[in-house]
Design a protein around this ligand. Structure first.
Ligand SMILES: Cc1cc2nc3c(=O)[nH]c(=O)nc-3n(C[C@H](O)[C@H](O)[C@H](O)COP(=O)(O)O)c2cc1C
Length: 161
């Protein structure tokens, strides 16, 4: 069975990563360079790699996803993660409404690892949508939600691996 690119794009637009994976035969991948965000993540206990995808990239609907994170070979040494290996991640797509953000960002929190990834070319393979983007009343509520996201992403990716 073959699927049209329009159908696959509609799955991605809707955040239906399981359907996109079925159609593609692999998870939908977004690649980009890691850029500096607002620098808030580390203080929250969730340092994220902010990924700048190319303009034409198909970014999944705003929300939180379980995903595989891979540093692609860029020639420059990576401090912390091994190039080409996939790591578990919880990925946020959206405008960070809790902080009244304006820009839509793709931010990956790589589970259980510490790494300096600025300037690296990385890939995110979107496996499953965990929930929608929420505007939380407090930073504490956001942090609790991120802990649950990380646990669910780990369970889902490790069990399914
Ligand atoms: C797993 C995960 C879930 C997130 N969920 C939300 C959310 O529901 N609402 C929100 O406003 N921001 C959410 N964020 C984004 C954080 O607000 C953002 O990572 C943080 O503000 C740091 O941003 P910075 O890297 O630009 O400093 C989430 C981030 C991660 C990693």
């Amino acid at each position: 069975m073959t699927f049209s690119s329009t159908y696959i794009r509609s799955c991605v637009d809707a955040g239906d990563m399981a359907a996109a994976t079925d159609a593609l035969g692999r998870p939908h991948r977004v690649e980009g360079v890691v850029v500096h965000g607002d620098g808030r993540g580390r203080g929250l206990g969730f340092p994220t790699a902010n990924i700048a995808p190319p303009m034409y990239a198909a970014i999944p609907a705003d929300g939180v996803y379980a995903a595989w994170f891979t540093v692609l070979d860029s020639g420059s040494p990576v401090d912390g993660l091994e190039t080409g290996l996939r790591y578990c991640a919880a990925v946020s797509v959206g405008t960070n409404p809790t902080f009244s953000g304006r820009n839509r960002t793709v931010e990956a929190f790589v589970l259980d690892e510490e790494a300096d990834l600025y300037g690296q070319h990385v890939a995110v393979d979107f496996v499953e949508r965990l929930r929608g983007m929420e505007k939380f009343d407090s930073v504490e509520a956001l942090i609790s939600a991120m802990h649950r996201d990380a646990d669910r992403a780990r369970d889902l990716l490790v069990e399914g691996a």
